[in-house]
Each structure stands twice: as C-alpha cells, then as structure tokens.
Design a protein around this ligand. Sequence first.
Ligand code: NAP
Length: 423
Amino acid sequence: MPQYKVAIVGAGPAGYFAAQALQNLQTDDLSFAIDMIERLPTPWGLVRSGVAPDHPKIKTVSKVFEKVATAEGFSLYGNVELGTDISIDVLKAKYDAVVIATGSATGKKLGIAGEDLPGSISAAQFVPWYNGHPDFADFNPELNCETAVVIGAGNVAMDVARILALEPAELDETDTALHAIDALRKSNIRKVVISARRGPEHAAFTSPELRDLPKLEHTNVVMNPADIAAALERAGDEPEKEVRNNLEAMRLISELEQGKHARTMEFQFLHTPTEFRGNGKVEEVVFTTSAGEEKVIKCGLVITAIGYEADPISGIPYEKGKVLNSDGRVSENVYVVGWAKRGPSGVIGTNKSDAADVMNLLVADLNEPKPLTELTSLITTNKVISQSHWQSINAAEIAAGEPHGKPRIKAVSREELLRLGGL
Ligand code: NAP
C-alpha cells in the first residue's frame, strides 16, 4: 500500500484539521505518515495562546487535536523551527507534500503618528502575554493608568477589552498565565473604551460574544442606545442575519443598568483614530468623528486589534500578509491552510472545511511516493518535543492547576516546558 509522507508546519487548528482531513482520506490503498513540525515546545497554536482564557469551552477542540495526534502515522516534532532547525528546501525534497499552517502572528498597524510610543501595543502582543506564550513572558503592558483604549471592532478587540475590564478574580479559575493575573490584579485601569471606526451595523463582533458581555459580574458594559437605534435605522428592514443578531445583542447591552461597578467597558462607534499623542509615552488618542470633529481620550494604554498578518517564510512566496496561493496550492508539493492561506478570518471551526478542501487538492496532485526518511536525522536540534513529551507537559500543567481549581497552570518559559517534557 503506498504511504505518502506529509510535513505539516505549525501545530495550530489549521495544521490539526489538515492532518485530520488526510487521516480521513486514507483508504486500503492510500495512507499517510504525517510529521507535524512546531516551533514552540507546545502544540495547539491559538487554542493555547490566542483563545481568551475566560472562554474555556472554545478550547475543548483540543480533544479533537489530541485524537488526531494519537492516531497511527502521526508524529509531533515540537521545539523545531522552520528556517533554523530545518529548511523548507529539505522538507520539499524529502516529503511528498509540505503543508504550511503557520497562521498570522503579527498585528496590523494603523500607520498613524505616535503609534510607536510606549503604551501603544498590539493585541498580537497582549493576547499571547496573558495566555503565557513563551515569547511574551517578559512583555509588561502599561497597566498603571486609569483608562485604556482598544482600537477595533472584532472579537479580538472584545477579548482584549474584556480581559482588561473584568475583575481579575474572575480569572482565578482559568488558565490565564499567573504573571498576567498578578499584573491585572495590580492594574489601575478602571475604564476601557473599545473604539470602532464604523457603525454598530458594520462591527465584526459576533453575537455569541456580545451576548456574553452582560454576564460580567463586576463591570459596567456601556453602549449608547442612540448609536444602536441609528444603526438599526441605517441597517433597514431586512438586514443580514448576522447584522440583525448583532444589533439585537447590542440593543440589550445598551439597555443595561449602568454605574453599578467600579469597572467600565464602553463602546464608541464611528470614531477613526488619527494620532496617539504624549510626551515620551501615550497620553491621549485623537479621533475624528463621523461629523468631522476631533475627539480626544486621555489614556495611558492603547491596544490595536485591527487584524493580523502572516510573517514571510524564506523560500515561500508571500503577498499582502498571506502566503501567495491558489486555493491553497503554493508551488510544486507545497500547500497552505488556515490564516496563512486566507488571512485572519473565521472562527476555529472554519479551518476544518478549509483544510479539507486543500487536502483534497493535495491528494489529487500526488505522484509516486518518495522513499522514507526519518525526520530526526534532518533536524539540527536534539531537543525535540514528541507527542509523549507533550503528554507529560500537559499532564504536569493540569496537575498543577487542580488544587487551585484551574484547568491548568501553564509553564511559560521554554526551559520549564522542556523540563516538564523530560528533556
Ligand atoms: P476582525 O474580525 O477582522 O476585526 C478587525 C476589526 O479591526 C474590524 O472591526 C475592522 O474595522 C477594524 N480595523 C481594521 N483596520 C482598521 C483601521 N485601520 N482603523 C480602525 N479599525 C480598523 O479581526 P480580529 O478581531 O483580529 O479577529 C480575527 C478572527 O478571529 C475573526 O474572524 C474573529 O471572529 C476570530 N475570533 C473569534 C473569537 C471567538 O469566536 N470568540 C475570538 C477572537 C477572534 P472595519 O470593519 O471598519 O475594517
């Protein structure tokens, strides 16, 4: 029976769903040996370092990933970096197909004056910081101020604003990085303004996330009823279902009783940021309103959450923040899935059908299988995290969390992760 070797680069949702699709395509006459390469010592990508820790249900998809990872023919190679520990050319030569699933890790920039002032950061830094990503362990966001502004009207902006605005005790039973819980406890931020350049009818929030906001027990969530009424009018009689659901969820928020709590999360719409100002650090954000007026918000922290870009990979064509591709085909025996393919859109489940479509093309393109090569012999590091090493890390983190009522306590440094893995 012909067995094809496929290398998947990136152990996030897109990578696992690609592996799952290949496993599902196996027949009596076709099988795959799948090597998944991941630069961190831990797999699961955004499920570990992106999904908000107070939304644990979303993380249950990791069970699916573990099922894929423990199926026959699958091997994890964690702590192995493409371009450093192995080159794309070697992968292309030794594997029948290479699947790039490296996501989009860099925050888009507004391109306005003052954006590089201290106190101006991206959600692409803040989110992995509170989620215990090893590369952001020492990232110290400015929390010693009364007001923070979050720019963007998507679910990432909402996650970021909520984490800043909730009572930190609400994170005690989550897997938020301990360093972040500690810093958020000491935070002086009491008001978070989440700012959209367009109206509520154009916001990229999704309605389940909006409907969760009134459940915050210690935070006033403020939307101006006049903003929502005007948006309903602009949306007309037959808005699309998503818009209708969003506006309904927003209307309920706008009717909430206000002023009960010390912490506030306030939405503003139709404000375009034009400049961040301050003397050596951010002190205010300047907006132009839809009426052409200037509005200034004094704040010490501003977080942009306006989308992400993929980082270019040497040897892989790249354009406009994505891997250049045609329906997921990149070049001979190279494919791309997930955010690196289509840009940072969709929920985790979106990657399932997307990856399945690309894997169908991959299978249709297969030629004679190449001779087997052991990946370990091609890698320059000997500190490789296998599935069983990862299972040791996973078990140790879960055990550490148990006495504290947490799903896990994440190890943050690479050294500690390798130690827990037994390396
Ligand atoms: P997003 O949904 O694309 O939202 C980006 C937001 O940034 C939009 O409101 C956009 O406004 C705004 N924006 C873009 N450029 C801007 C600029 N120059 N100035 C001001 N605002 C600007 O992206 P995201 O929030 O990063 O989320 C990425 C994906 O992950 C989305 O599909 C999201 O649903 C998903 N996600 C899901 C969950 C969940 O299910 N709980 C959580 C997090 C993320 P315009 O529309 O005006 O361009």
